[in-house]
Design a protein around this ligand. Structure first.
Ligand code: SF4
Length: 341
């Protein structure tokens, strides 16, 4: 069965045609799935029974409810969703005053192998479809409360760019979920060709996982640096206009004695000079078997103050959901298969 969830309006038009429905039925299909949030084709009451029966021969809606939820002492919730081939993905719901963010996954596992990340240790197991990305939002019990979506869960979004762009089109279209792209942020380690496509074909905010301004050191933390060196990523960003509306930010996990010195402040200031951007400092959440430790809070504060003095807008990101392994870099579904959950 093919999922209707994840289809674009153009695809719905083709489906309408193939089922002898009038062209305007395409918008109806989209409205039922994305705005009414139905989970069964029979709920499309303004589509004839005959047409619904025809649709059901080939399609299903493609909604999957989360199979497990863990709630942190700080209110963060980690949801487990079924995905392809009996595997699972996780999404983290982070309520914070009037801001309710969902951190979504774009892949099962990840190929990028970042030294500090549990998902990286899991390895790559598959791409999520646009429908599986959208489902994390639509099937979330708190879906109606959401104000922001960040693509910072499992996987490297630019390594699944076709499906990520398709999901963004549906998230933001008036026939889709109608979200403002300014409430969506997509993160990348800097996979340049796909990053260019993302900048040109979408209007969502961009976040770059930086973690060091120096090649040698970044290479040790993030193998992708071998292919896309940091200066090249920044030079690419300089070609585009990140004006008042669209934001580029840099994520910087702080490792004790590794990337938290005055040399790094100088390096970052030089690297990002003149680029309209902001820097988010993130506390490192220790993962099993990692030689890395997080910088102390005082050190992080000093680092943020120094960068701000040098004109780089820098904030320390609040750490959320660490006790349930929902915090940044802790998502993993490595040993989960459908039968034992
Ligand atoms: Fe992949 Fe992101 Fe983890 Fe790196 S940090 S291994 S890109 S999920």
């Amino acid at each position: 069965m093919e999922s209707l969830l994840g289809k674009t309006l153009t695809e719905f038009k083709a489906i309408a045609l193939e089922n002898n429905l009038p062209a305007f039925a395409a918008k109806e299909l989209a409205r039922w799935i994305y705005q009414k949030g139905i989970s069964d084709i029979d709920q499309m009451t303004n589509i004839s029974k005959k047409a619904r029966e025809a649709l059901k021969k080939k399609y299903e809606i493609g909604r999957f409810e989360p199979t497990k939820v863990q709630t942190s002492a700080d209110g963060t919730k980690k949801y487990l969703y079924p995905a392809l081939k009996g595997l699972f993905i996780e999404a983290a719901y982070i309520p914070d005053k009037d801001r309710h963010t969902l951190c979504v996954s774009s892949q099962v596992g990840c190929k990028m192998g970042c030294l500090f990340c549990m998902t990286g240790k899991q390895g790559f197991q598959g791409q999520l479809t646009a429908g599986e990305i959208l489902n994390q939002v639509l099937s979330l019990p708190e879906s109606n409360l959401l104000t922001n979506i960040v693509f910072m869960g499992m996987g490297e979004p630019m390594d699944n760019i076709d499906n990520v762009l398709q999901s963004l089109e549906i998230f933001t279209a008036d026939w889709g979920l109608g979200w403002s792209p300014r409430r969506i942020t997509v993160s990348t380690v800097g996979v340049e060709p796909a990053m260019r496509r993302f900048i040109e074909e979408s209007e969502a905010h961009l976040a770059i996982s930086l973690h060091s301004p120096f090649n040698e050191e970044r290479r040790r933390l993030m193998p992708v640096e071998h292919v896309y060196p940091v200066e090249s990523i920044i030079n690419t960003l300089r070609e585009y206009d990140f004006g008042r509306q669209r934001r580029v930010s840099f994520e910087y996990i702080m490792f004790d004695g590794v990337n938290d010195t005055s040399k790094h402040i100088k390096g970052l200031t030089k690297l990002l000079n003149g680029l309209r951007c902001r820097v988010n400092l993130i506390r490192f959440h220790a993962i099993p078997g990692s030689p890395l430790n997080g910088s102390l809070p005082e050190k992080m504060k000093w680092f943020a103050d120094e960068l701000n003095k040098k004109g780089l807008i820098t904030t320390i990101r609040k750490s959320r959901g660490e006790d349930i392994f929902a915090a940044c870099g802790l998502l993993s579904t490595k040993n989960m298969v459908k039968q034992n959950v």
